[in-house]
Design a protein. Sequence first.
Length: 558
Amino acid sequence: HIQMSLSLSVGAFLAHTLLASKVQSLRYLSTYVTVVFLFVLLVPQFSSEALGVQQRLDTLFVGFLLTLDLFTLFVGLPQGVKRRLTSQNAGSMVTEDNPFNAHYNRRAYNVRTYRGTKGPTTDLYLHDLKQKNNFVKEFELDALAKRQYAQQLDRKWAHVTKKNQFYHPEGKIYFCGNSLGLQPVTTRDFIIEELDKWAEHGVDGHFVGKRPWFEIESFLVEKMASVVGAKPVEVAIMNSLTTNVHLLMVPFYRPTPKRFKILIEENPFPSDMYVVTSQIRFHGYDPEEALIQIGPRSGEEFIRTEDIVSLLEEEGDSIALILLGGVQFLSGQAFDYKAITQAGHKQGCIVGFDMAHAAGNIDLQLHEYGCDFATWCTYKYLNSGPGNLSGIFVHERHAHSDLFRFAGWWGHKRNSRFQLKNAFEAQPGAAGFQLSNPPVVALMGILSSLDVFVEAGMKNLREKSYRLTTYLELMLENQISSQDMTILTPGDPSQRGCQLSVRLARPVKEVMKRFASRGIICDDREPDVIRLAPTPLYNTFEEVFDFVQQLKEVLAEF
C-alpha cells in the first residue's frame, strides 16, 4: 500500500505541475487521487507498530507531496519558480494562479507609470512654439479668417492633393482618415479585374494574367516599402494588425528572469495592452511586475523623449522589449523613433513600433531608424478598406537570422513552396513571417491606394500635412476661445501627424450629434476629446475653414 500510494502520489503531483494544470478537471483529479490514497490506505497504518522507519518516512513524503499539490492548486507557484520554469520552456505550461478564472482574466492591472524625475517646465512649451513658428511665418495671419485665403492655399498645394481620386460622402466634411480612409476610385476596378480572372481561369489564375496570384504580394511590397521608408526585403503584407503584433513578439519578446519587462506608452490603444499583458502572462510573468508605462509629466499632455531615455538608463537592463505607438492614438503625438531606438539598443532592448496611426501619415524611414520591427494597419491613412490586411517591417539585419517564429507555407521559400517539404526554409526577411496565402481581393484594396501614394509622394504629402494641420491649429486658436477648447497634440509639427486631438469644454456626445446634423465626420474619445484628421491626400484648406466656422456655431449653441 505504501509503495503504491507513493508511486501514485508522485505521479499525480508531477502530472499536476507539468501537464494537468492546463485542464482544470485534471488538476482536481490529481489532488483527489493523492487524498484518497493517503487517507484510505496510509493513515490507518501510520500508527501501526509494524511500520519501520523507512516506511514512516515514505508516508511523510506522500503527505509532503499532497501539501505541495494542494498549494499549487489553490495558491499557485511562486513567481521565482514560474520564471525558472517558463524561461527554460516558454509557453509549455499555464502558470497563472487560476487561468480558468474568468474574473482574473478580466481584471484591470495596476501597472506602474513612469513620469520622469522632474516636473513640468517651460522649455517644452518654448520648443513647441519655436518649431511651430517655423511654419506659422508662412501664413498671412491677417487673412486666416477669409475663405479666399484658404482657396489660395489649395491652389498652392493642388499638385499634391488627389481629392478627385477618392469617393467622398456627399456633402460631408470628412476628417476621419485616422479611423477609416476613403475609398480610392480605382479600387472597384482592381477588384473586378481579379474576380473576372477567377471566373475565366479558375485555379490557373495563380500563374496567368497581369498579376499572377502565386506572387501577388510582389506587386505591392516595393510600393509599401517606399511609403514606410524600408527596403522591400524588410516588408510583408499579411494578417491583421493585432495578429501581427502577437506574431512579431514570438521572436522579439524572449524574456529571461533578469530581463522580462515591456515598456509601452500610457493609454495605448487597448488592443496593444491586451497583446502585451497576454504575452506577459503566457510567458509566466505578472503584468503588474513586467509592464511599465511611460506617461507625460504631471501638468503636461504628451511624453518627453528625454523621459523615455532617462527611464531606459535607469531600468533598461530589465526591459526586454520597447513597444510604442508610432503616433499615440489619443493625443496624436509622434515619437522620436530614431532617438528611442538608439537609447533602447544601447541598453540591450528590442525596439518595436505599432505604426497604425503613422503609416501613410508620417514620412517614415523605418530602415534608417534601426528599430527591430514595426507593424501597421492599412485601412486608416492607407485607405485599403475596413478590416483590411496589415503590413510588417523586420529590419534587414534580421533577414537571414534563424529567428524563433511561428511558420506557415507562404513564408517558405517560393521556389520550393510546392515541393511539399516538411522542413521549413524561410524566405529572407519579413516575407519569411507569412503564414498563409493572402486574400487577393483584399490586396487589391491596398494596391489601388498605394498607386495614389506613389503618384503623390510621401515627402510631398508630409510637407502639405505640416501646413494643413498647422492651418487648422491656427484657425482654432484664432476663432475658438481657449476657455472652450484645449489642443492636446504637440505644437511642434515634427512631433505629430495630421491629427489634432482637442479637448472641449462641452459634452462631447452632444457635440458629435450636432456635427452629424451638419455633415461633419470626425471621431471622439469620451469623455471630452474629439480627434480631427485633415488628411493631405484628399482634404483641403477650404474644408478646414468650413469646419472651424461650423465648430464655432456648434459651441455657441450650448
